[in-house]
Design a protein around this ligand. Structure first.
Ligand code: GAL
Length: 730
């Protein structure tokens, strides 16, 4: 049959339009850059993790990121939030991943979706759900069928969700790139051949999901084609991808560092961060993602561990509360515009490098079409370098790079900060905490049904499955009236070895003392006098997990809790090992079981009114009060500086774990020049590591907000106050 020429033309026309549309929706790459809609791009990106803020904050954060000169937002996907128990999913509220991506899309920015599903991220269990550990035969992040099955199922589910919502760039959406696994390279060294097999499987599995956009693996030098291996670190200018046809990308440019309870705040001077980024770009790097651009808050028990603070501020350009941190934000914004002025030259030419002096270089990108951009660098730590470039003199401050988008005029120097510093202040609000009441955890009245009695000591996570931070270990000790210590005035000593993370020891209901591990060394030994009397003595150990590990080979096998030995020293028989006698375990606190924190559960509980009781400051006490929301729209925070250690909730939402532990560190000096390490610029030594705890405004109602505090040790609740964060420019 003859085809009608008109219909043939219209068919070809449709094909052409379709082809153009497809090209416009495509993401590919070559040796220089990601290619979006047919154009090589220099892309600046920033990590904002959706559950570390509230949906009400997302739009503002993304807008500020856009105004700060970013092209893309990067986020991990947090498996343990989305699948709290196997097969039961949660994508609501702060877990509404699709909504978050659509917020970014609406702002006109791209997304890098780091599915993982292992994420590290100072997040509880590195993002893995705790139930995953109990899948029969499982071994995490290696060539293990049960693990691979679960990982594939979850990854597939996320990719399908994105496809259903048309969120990949190949479908017209904002996602230009995805990540599988996270920093597997250093890990796989311990795993040998199985590690390599798993990594290759993960890459293939991801690519077969057919997202139409590239996949990356960060810190994985073996990443097989077409997956791009990328760099993470404080500097990445030494980095080249594993194949000459892949672009040079930096998925985690650390803008600061995380904080641990007991440690100082780590700051990264913006001069050094800008220097690191400029160094990367002048070497031909084409994608930089700030980890973090806004760190936010580890609400609830999401902090990894142990001992990661509730604040995940990170010294990022946007602070924990989403406020602009100057000069970091503004200086980077200027850097971004300078880089963007160079974009055409950067994507079309390879740099030529010339020495301008012993510590100075020029990187010049000069394209055939006449574009020219130059980066003039001085690596000296202390002295300014006067260089001559193309017949013109330039002064380069120490440890800095000047950017010349036309190879003539300096538009930016990384060490010359022209932006005013902002000082953040916590100011009092008019919110008063009223009608305090208390409820005391009574150790002896633990409900019989929920107890487990066994011979020996059980591993904590196996018992709690992380439904609570707390696990009681209880036993009794018979002391004969003839024991010499009873008559000599000497004391017995109790030693308890714990695998982590914290421990409060009670004898006959009285606190005998507490002990804590550290982030680096979770294991510790509690030693104290044991005040025992003739007859039966009750020993109750409250073991506390302070965030599950998020990093390290097979961290899923690491133990938590009191594994013993538990030993009494100073008896006539010498020492008595209690480890293998009968122990009763109980998961969680009575107040948790009674749901004291929920505004609806609260009425069934006999709270005690009155201030006298409060003043006694007993350990293991719940406190409750009400307040009205203060006027204004500044971000709010609770000042918990008068309290010891515990958790706090408002209107049933968990603000997180608090701990007024003082920061140990060396805060003596900080110079922007020289290679940065987190220990280099420390702040807040000798002060509580974290004093203020973010209270999202969207969790409040105008009046009668319910505050509940659980204090493990002792504290003065009358001094807790609601503060507002405000900027004071200098
Ligand atoms: C990286 C890791 C991130 C985060 C970071 C430290 O190695 O990929 O998830 O943990 O370290 O903040």
């Amino acid at each position: 049959m003859e085809t009608n020429p008109a219909s043939k033309w219209s068919f070809l026309w449709i094909l052409l339009i379709w082809g153009v549309q497809l090209a416009q929706c495509s993401v590919s790459y070559d040796n220089k850059a990601l290619i979006i809609n047919g154009q090589r791009r220099i892309l600046l990106s920033g990590s904002i993790h959706y559950p570390r803020s509230t949906p009400q904050m997302w739009e503002g954060l993304v807008q500020k990121a856009k105004d700060g000169g970013l092209d893309a937002i990067d986020t991990y996907v947090f498996w343990n939030l989305h699948e709290p128990s196997s097969g039961n999913y949660n994508f609501e509220g702060r877990c509404d991943l699709v909504r978050f991506i659509k917020v970014v899309q609406k702002a006109g920015l791209y997304v890098h979706l780091r599915i993982g599903p292992y994420v590290c991220a100072e997040w509880n269990f590195g993002g893995f759900p705790v139930w995953l550990k109990y899948v029969p035969g499982i071994s995490f992040r290696t060539d293990n069928e049960p693990f691979k099955t679960e990982m594939q199922r979850f990854t597939q589910k996320i990719v399908q969700m994105m496809k259903d919502e048309k969120l990949f760039k190949s479908q017209g959406g904002p996602i230009i790139m995805s990540q599988i696994e996270n920093e597997y390279g250093p890990e796989s060294e311990a795993f040998g051949g199985a590690g390599y097999a798993y990594m290759s499987w993960a890459a293939k599995m991801a690519v077969e999901l057919g997202t139409g956009v590239p996949w990356v693996m960060c810190r994985e030098d073996d990443a097989p084609d077409p997956v791009i291996n990328t760099c993470n670190g404080f500097y990445c200018d030494y980095f080249s991808p594993n194949k000459p046809y892949k672009p040079t990308m930096w998925t985690e440019a650390w803008s600061g560092w995380f904080t641990e309870f007991g440690g100082p705040i780590h700051q990264r001077p913006v001069e050094d961060l800008a220097f690191a980024v400029a160094r990367f770009i002048q070497r031909g790097g084409s994608f930089v993602n700030y980890y973090m651009y806004q760190g936010g808050t580890n609400f609830g028990r999401t902090a990894g561990g142990p001992f990661i603070t509730t604040s995940y501020d990170y010294d990022a350009p946007l602070d924990e509360y989403g406020m602009i941190r100057q000069p970091k934000y503004g200086h980077l914004k200027e850097l971004h515009s300078a880089i963007k002025l160079c974009e055409r030259a950067l994507v079309s030419a390879d740099p030529t490098v010339t020495l301008l002096g012993s510590y100075s270089q020029a990187h010049v990108f000069s394209s055939e079409s006449g574009d020219c951009a130059a980066f003039l660098s001085n690596y000296h730590l202390e002295t300014t370098s006067r260089v001559t470039f193309r017949g013109v003199h330039y002064d380069l401050p120490p440890w800095s790079i000047s950017i010349l988008p036309d190879c003539k005029n300096v538009v930016f120097n990384t060490a010359k900060v022209g932006v005013q510093t902002s000082q953040m202040q916590m100011l009092p609000t008019n919110a008063e905490l009223l009608s305090w009441e208390t409820f005391s955890e009574d150790i002896s009245s633990a409900d019989e049904d929920s107890k487990i009695t066994v011979v020996g000591l059980l591993e904590q996570l196996n018992v709690t499955r992380d439904t609570s931070d707390y696990l009681w270990y209880m036993t009794s000790v018979e002391i004969s009236p003839s024991e010499s210590f009873l008559h000599s005035g000497q004391h017995l000593t109790l030693t308890v070895q714990s695998a982590g993370d914290a421990l409060h020891v009670f004898t006959d209901g009285q606190l005998s003392g507490s002990a804590f591990g550290t982030r680096k060394n979770r294991k510790f030994t509690f030693t104290a006098n044991a005040n025992l009397h003739a007859g039966t003595n009750r020993i109750s150990l409250l073991s506390v997990a302070v965030g599950l590990p998020n990093n390290g080979p097979h961290f899923e096998t690491w133990n938590t809790g009191v594994l013993g030995p538990v030993v009494l020293h100073g008896l006539d028989e010498g020492k008595r090992d209690l480890s293998w006698q009968k122990w009763t375990c109980k998961v969680g606190l009575k107040g948790e079981a009674m749901n004291l924190v929920s505004p609806s559960g609260i009425s069934h509980v006999d709270w005690m009114k009155g201030s006298l009781f409060m003043q006694k400051q007993r350990p293991l006490t719940w406190y409750k009060a009400y307040f009205n929301t203060p006027d204004g729209d500044e971000p709010l925070a609770l000042d918990m500086g008068s309290m010891g250690k515990g958790q706090v909730w408002i209107n049933g939402e968990s603000i997180g774990r608090y701990w007024t532990i003082y920061a140990n560190g060396n805060c003596s000096q900080c110079s922007y020049s020289g290679t940065f390490r987190p220990t280099k610029c420390q702040l807040g030594c000798g002060q509580p590591t974290q004093r203020w705890y973010h209270v999202p405004r969207s969790w409040l109602k105008p009046t009668q907000n319910q505050l509940v505090v659980f204090e493990e040790l002792s504290g003065d609740v009358s001094k807790i106050s609601l503060m507002k964060r405000s900027v004071n420019s200098v």
